[in-house]
Design a protein around this ligand. Structure first.
Ligand code: 13P
Length: 250
């Protein structure tokens, strides 16, 4: 049985004040979430505050990215050990916004996955196709390529220590959600791709859906057999919406 995970990716949103009130709101309602695991990924700068407010709670937290390097002259970068310093459990790697705006390649993302794992963090590996790729019929090819980069570098067993988030780029922040059947089809493909290497790893692997997930569509998406939760952008910025999705995942 895979435990559902609902993770909020706050992206570059918020202020110290809004972080406090959002966590206060989530904290008040999270007691009603029985079986799903809940996590938030704030901008780096708020991690000390998030750690302070969430320590001892059932809510986990993580970074939105990390460096492949452990320390040194890498201006603006944050190392895995620094995420550990502030109690992170998770770290997102390969989000499409990083792939697009920071030209992160499949190989770089695979390296980040490996570095996160080596530091004891649980990487959330984001994969997904653009609208052009979907329309060209290459969705499976694209997600397979992104997934295979990690398997090539680390072997399939590395996936036993991580989470995958299928995020169709055309559904992110657009209000256009993949239909539950569309999402399920790709999730099943991802799981079958992993199963070619190890059925055991495939069976235990949590594959989240991300892309305009809301309280109103979460239950139907997460109700699909290969959808094990969500990576939530916009709707993770209000406690009510985020909790609505967490409850749906229950
Ligand atoms: P939205 O939920 O805002 O579409 O963002 C999804 C996402 O990119 C989560 O990582």
């Amino acid at each position: 049985m895979r435990r559902p995970l609902v993770a909020g990716n706050w992206k570059m949103n918020g202020s110290l004040e809004s972080v406090r009130s959002l966590l206060d709101g989530i904290g008040r309602g999270v007691g009603d979430v029985k079986s799903a695991e809940v996590a938030v990924c704030p901008p780096y700068i708020y991690l000390p505050e998030v750690e302070k407010l969430l320590s001892g709670s059932d809510i986990a937290w993580g970074g939105q990215d990390l460096s492949t390097e452990s320390s040194g002259a890498y201006t603006g970068e944050v190392a895995a050990s620094m995420l550990n310093d502030f109690g992170c459990k998770y770290v997102i790697v390969g989000h499409s916004e990083r792939r697009t705006y920071h030209a992160e390649s499949d190989q770089l993302v695979a390296k980040k996955y490996a570095v996160a794992r080596a530091a004891g963090l649980v990487p959330i590996l984001c994969i997904g196709e653009t609208l052009e790729e979907r329309e060209a019929g290459t969705t499976n090819e694209v997600v397979a390529r992104q997934l295979d980069a990690v398997i090539a570098l680390e072997g399939v067993d590395a996936l036993a220590h991580g989470v995958i988030a299928y995020e169709p780029v055309w559904a992110i922040g657009t209000g256009k959600t993949a239909t539950p059947d569309q999402a399920q089809e790709v999730h099943a493909f991802i799981r079958s791709r992993v199963a070619e290497k190890s059925s055991e790893v495939a069976e235990g692997l949590r594959i989240l859906y991300g892309g305009s997930m809301k309280p109103g569509n979460a239950a139907e998406l997460i109700g699909k057999s290969d959808i094990d939760g969500g990576l939530i952008g916009g709707a993770s910025l209000t406690a009510e919406d985020f909790l609505g999705i967490c409850t749906a995942a229950d």
